[in-house]
Ligand binder design. Sequence first.
Ligand code: ADP
Ligand code: GLC
Length: 480
Amino acid sequence: MAAEGRVLSVASEAVPLIKTGGLADVAGALPEALAPEGWDMRVMMPAYPGLLAKLGLAEEVWAAPDLFGGPARVMKGRAGEVTFLLLDAPHLYDRRGGPYSEGGHDYADNPERFAALSWAAAEVARNGAADGWKPEILHAHDWQAGLAPAYLRYGPQTGVKTVLTIHNIAFQGIAAPYKLGVLRLPGWAFSAEQIEYYGNISTLKAGLVTADAITTVSPTYAEELMRPEFGMGLQGVIAARARDLHGILNGVDEGVWSPESDPNATPYSSKDLKAKAENRVALAAEFGLTPGEGPLAIVVSRLTDQKGIDLLVAVLSDFIEAGGSLAVLGSGDPVLEAAMRRAADRWPGRVGVRIGYDEALSHRMFAGGDAVLVPSRFEPCGLTQMYGLRYGTLPVVAATGGLNDTVIGATPASLSGKAATGITFHPVDAGGLAGALRRLTELYADRALWTQMVRRAMKAEVGWAEPAARYAALYRSLMT
Ligand code: ADP
Ligand code: GLC
């Protein structure tokens, strides 16, 4: 093992143990993709309730009598193909709600909860785990791990190199300034050059200023982050580190997302699309839909402002009147959930909505849908448009972030050049989306052209091979 190097990846969620969004997919899939290339990867994550039991045989590799208010230990074990280091600290993680919140309210001690994760990771990186494992690289994901590079930078120097990946700049890890000492940060670090951010502490900023390298999850988002419209206040900090910033697209776990072998649906391939039509019939039945002549569109998404769900609600009626139908799976903002439910009431048989989270149903939707709608106002990478490509469920996406980097929008030029794999729109507003849905309906009506696009989309490269090679190259460049 360890022909290439050892990497401690630090994240607040990772498949197969726990997932609320794409971060978990990436945090779980990247080690899986790098391990066969000779990288010795471990993922450190909180031991939320029930997770230790999923590890099977676990071994204690680190302990502290007082980690931010109580005893803690790190248990090493495997889940799926991933080696986890679970931080067991009941005073921080034994909560009834989700990883970050309960009943829509963030836990008040989130700064401490994720400072503890970062602290334990930095300690394992600095001194090695009890089984003798010591990483060359610490790879921190998002604000929850942002303090890990800072603890390494502000403490005794170690030679451990650090990478911070921004999955979503909207979440910045804000803590009140009086928590500086509680979070074990030196007083001098509370400055505009370090971790101070509009009078508060930002753990994401801490990572941005102290990590050796910064990555984000698409080349377009890397550019966008340096602009005020997308940087959300951190654009200057990021622009100052432009030389160390890398946009590396996420991949799709093709072991889980492949229409040729998906156990949730009748298999099909780009060469033989017959079963996709069967999956469509089954999907319509499952959502109580009797589709018209037009396309059956799907949405699988957190229902939030970021995802532009309100735009879809605003322009839905034209799409339905033009013969389209819609199946929605998601949860999130109660206002958007209610709006979706109203749409289902208004167009029975044409709009079906499931509020909730359902992995298997999401697979059946990609297998049976004609198009997947992703009208995000911003989208660092996005995974569902890539599932859409893989399943020939053509993505209709806002031209932003990773959506812009993964979908080739249908234009007269891209169609005649046989390159188009979906529909892109800009500006990201109701008018833009309405236009995109009109184009969807038109393209779908030209069945020969549509089928060509479906076949082409299914061949687009969306796996982890290339992204993993890019991360490997980055790790190597830091180790030399
Ligand atoms: P984000 O992380 O911003 O939510 P991504 O597109 O990167 O967006 O990742 C979202 C992930 O969560 C995808 O794997 C998607 O299929 C999944 N997902 C989102 N909502 C649901 C849901 N209601 N049921 C099942 N899977 C969902
Ligand atoms: C974030 C982003 C999403 C990205 C995911 C994984 O949740 O919103 O665009 O795909 O992280 O990187």
